[in-house]
Structure formats: C-alpha cells, structure tokens
Design a protein around this ligand. Structure first.
Ligand code: NDP
Length: 430
C-alpha cells in the first residue's frame, strides 16, 4: 500500500534508469574487472618465497581445478552462511528504501565471533598447536586467492541474473546499476539488496567470509613463523603486532556490524563484482600482505617502534571511532547542543566538534590506521605500502561520490554546509 502510494504520488519509477556512470563507465568496469584480480594474484606471488612465475595463465589456473582447494573454500563460505542463519542476534532495520519500506537484518556478529574463537581454541588444544587448517591456508595461499576471484565472479553473476528473475514484487535496483549495459551493471551491482529468503548476501559478504578469512590468513602467518621458522621458541614482534592491530580492527568491525547498515555499501551500492571481489578477494588477500611479508622476513621492530606504531593506530582509531559515533549519536537526537544546519529535507547537518573540522574527518582516522599497519614492515619493502596508497584512493573517490550524492540530496543546504566546513578530509590541507 505504502509503496503504491509513494510511486503514485511522486510519479517516479521505482527503478529509474542509470544515466550517470562511475569508474569510467563500461571500459573502466571492464578494465578493473580484469586488472584487479591479476594485480592481487601478482602481488601475492611477489611475497610467496618459492613462487614460480609464468606467462601462461593456465599455470596458475590448473591447480585451482583441484577439489582439494575448492571444497575447503566452499565449506568455509557455506559454513559461515549457515552460522549466520542459525546463530542468534538482535533484529535491526536498514535505511528507508525507495518503496518506503525498511529491510530487517539479523545482527549476530558477537555470536559468530565467539564461535570462531571457540573453534580456534579447541583446534589448538586438540592438535597440540599443529593447526593443520592454518598450515593449509598458508601453503595454498595463492590457489585460494585465485579461487576467491572465481567465486566472486560466480556470485556477482548469480546476483546479476537473479535481479531479472522475480515473482510478484519487483526488486529494488541500485540507482547506479540499472544502465542496461551488461558489463557495467554486473560490475556495479544491479540489485540493491540481493537476498535468498532472509539471508542478505551483501551484508554477509561485507563482514564474514572475507574479513574473517583475513584474520585467519594473518594467524596462519603467525603460526608459520612460530612453529616452522622459530620452532615454537619465539615469534617476530612485528608479525605479532600486525596480528594484534588488525585482529582488533576486524573484531571491532564484526562486533559493530550495525554501523554498516547506514554506510554507502549497504544503503546505496548494488552487489556486483565490485563488492563481491572487494569483500571476498581484495580484503583478505591484500590486507594480509604485511603479515605474509613478515612471516618469512624477520623484521625486529623493538620497543620504540612498537610504541610509535601502536600510538598511531590508537590515534587513528580514536578519530575514526569517536567521529562515527558522534554522527550516529547526533542523528539519534542524543547531542542537541552541537551546532548544525537545519535542511529543507527535515534532517540536520552537523557542523561542530569532529564534524566542524572536515566533512569526512572519520576517513582521516581510518587512513592513519592503514598507515600504522604498513609501518610494521618499516621501510624494508614498498610492496606492503600498497594498502595505504589504495586506501587513500578509495577514500578520495568515496568522498567525491558522497559529495555528489549529498549535493543532489541537500541542494542549497549543502552549499551552506560546505561554506561552514570547507575541508573535505584533512583539516587545513584538503
Ligand atoms: P560517512 O560516515 O562520512 O557518511 C557519509 C554520510 O553521512 C553522508 O552521505 C550523509 O548521509 C551523512 N553525513 C555526512 N556529513 C554529515 C554531517 N555533517 N551531518 C550529518 N550527516 C552527515 O561515510 P561512509 O559511510 O562512506 O564511511 C563510514 C566509515 O566507514 C568511515 O569511517 C570510513 O572511513 C569507513 N570505511 C572503511 C572502509 C574500509 O575498507 N576499511 C571502506 C569504506 C569506508 P545522509 O545525509 O543520507 O544521512
């Protein structure tokens, strides 16, 4: 009823055609879909001590035909999906959709994380530290990386095809993914929230299979260093540090998953190859590069560098976390004394405290975190710094996309806001 009323009153189609293209349109989407997977495998091969290089792609693809690699990967993905469905959690609603409805989400990051820690602890006890699963992960890293790309490809294709097949209610498509260009829509994501029953594919992929695999890959590096390299005697301090810092960040993300419901990825982006590849391959197989490097290159940091890196991460986390929390609290009406601009849409734009310093001060905090991780390899290799460089580009691009969205959404009020808060990310710099 509400949906019919909305569509009738505003006389707007539920799924308008996409006319604005991002990432360079069709050619950009095609280029990124081919380049990023090759880049990911290439950079991982650089950090694999006994890697052999070949110009024949089948040299890398043939080992990935083995059921011995596919079965563990599918069990990982499927097992987490089953846990996600059956484990308890609180129910929350997403942002208001174009048909005036809100989707229900089950938020159960806590129970999922608890179960994973329990299983890891039990495996350590039972196998007396041998942990064959971590050894498998470490030794088949590149094959698993390639399989994750293939799986991301299948998942994006499944979601793209699924967006055309429905009974009854037409699915809501992403505003950016309904151009009728097959490659572009497949890349950007056509359907906004692809689901199988109540299982939300996008939210699941954002925080479970990729993020938790990243944690396990880091642990597999730590395990390799402790058991194989140092024969249960010691562990490299830089490797231990990166495991602690990134482990903290991963659990923080998984435990605070409701924060994701209002983020661009969930609220406005469709689920296509861009997100499936990002979630399933890019996050686990490139964010782990510091740990992969440190697992075979002893890089003793010493106390001073450890303190410096930890402080940088703490500062970044403080800015990122408190700025995000402040915006969220403000939106819930908890901080009425902060200065803001009343918009014609009815909502307010905060322009005080953290949000008076720059329009995306939270991005700056997040970037400092990324830099602290890269510094665990100190200045021994430039390869591990790709993360900070990539993240700077991602955040810059995201800021541009958000600016476009807000300027369309708020019109003159956004102009007033920009006059009050002129800096985009870094106060007094940009
Ligand atoms: P923001 O948290 O900055 O949110 C932007 C949205 O918030 C805008 O579209 C607008 O939405 C609202 N908003 C913006 N400014 C104001 C204001 N002054 N007052 C009130 N509302 C405002 O960006 P993201 O959602 O992109 O990012 C969230 C977090 O996730 C960030 O900390 C970011 O660093 C992190 N992130 C991490 C990634 C990773 O890979 N580690 C990747 C991407 C993001 P509206 O008006 O519709 O409410």
């Amino acid at each position: 009823m509400a949906r019919a009323k909305n569509v009738a009153e505003k006389k707007q189609p539920l799924n308008p055609k996409t006319t604005k293209f991002e990432f360079g349109g069709f050619f950009g989407a095609l280029f990124l879909s081919l380049f990023l997977p090759v880049f990911t495998v290439f950079i991982n091969l650089q950090l694999t001590p006994d890697a052999k290089f070949s110009t024949d792609p089948f040299y890398y693809l043939n080992p990935c035909r083995s059921a011995g690699i596919w079965i563990p990967y599918l069990c990982w993905f499927g097992g987490l999906a089953v846990f996600d469905i059956i484990l308890p959690g609180k129910t929350m609603f997403g942002t208001l959709l174009r048909d005036d409805t809100k989707l229900k989400y089950k938020i159960n990051g806590i129970s999922n994380s608890f179960l994973l820690i329990l299983i890891l602890g039990l495996r350590w006890q039972i196998t007396e530290g041998a942990m064959p699963e971590l050894v498998f992960l470490y030794e088949h890293h590149v094959e698993l990386n390639i399989i994750s790309v293939l799986f991301a490809f299948y998942l994006a294709t499944y979601c793209y095809l699924k967006s055309f097949i429905y009974i009854g209610k037409e699915p809501i498509l992403a505003l950016g993914g309904n151009s009728s260009n097959v490659i572009y829509d497949w890349f950007i994501g056509r359907e906004l929230n692809p689901r199988i029953g109540c299982f939300d594919i996008k939210l699941f992929c954002e925080l479970r299979p990729g993020m938790l695999l990243w944690l396990l890959i880091n642990l597999s590096c730590l395990h390799h260093n402790y058991v194989v390299v140092n024969q249960f005697q010691s562990v490299n301090d830089a490797l231990l540090l990166i495991n602690i810092l990134q482990g903290f960040y991963i659990f923080d993300g998984v435990l605070n998953e409701e924060g994701l419901l209002t983020m661009m990825d969930i609220a406005t982006d469709g689920f296509g190859f861009m997100l499936s590849f990002g979630d399933l391959t890019f996050v686990p197989f490139t964010f782990c590069l510091q740990a992969r490097f440190l697992s075979v290159n002893a890089n003793k940091l010493g106390q001073n560098k450890v303190i410096f890196i930890t402080s940088l991460m703490a500062l970044g986390y403080y800015i990122f976390h408190s700025a995000n929390k402040q915006k969220s609290d403000f939106k819930q009406g908890k901080l009425p004394n902060l200065k803001s601009i009343q918009t014609k849409r009815g909502t307010k734009l905060l322009c005080d405290s953290w949000w008076g310093m720059s329009q995306h001060i939270n991005y700056m905090g997040d970037w400092l975190i990324s830099l602290s991780w890269c510094l665990t390899t100190w200045f021994v290799t430039p390869l591990t710094y790709h993360y900070s460089a990539y993240f700077a580009i991602l955040l810059f691009h995201r800021q541009k996309r958000d600016e476009e969205k807000c300027s369309e959404k708020y019109g003159d009020d956004w102009v007033t806001y920009q006059k009050k808060v002129p800096y985009k990310i870094i106060p007094y710099v940009y």
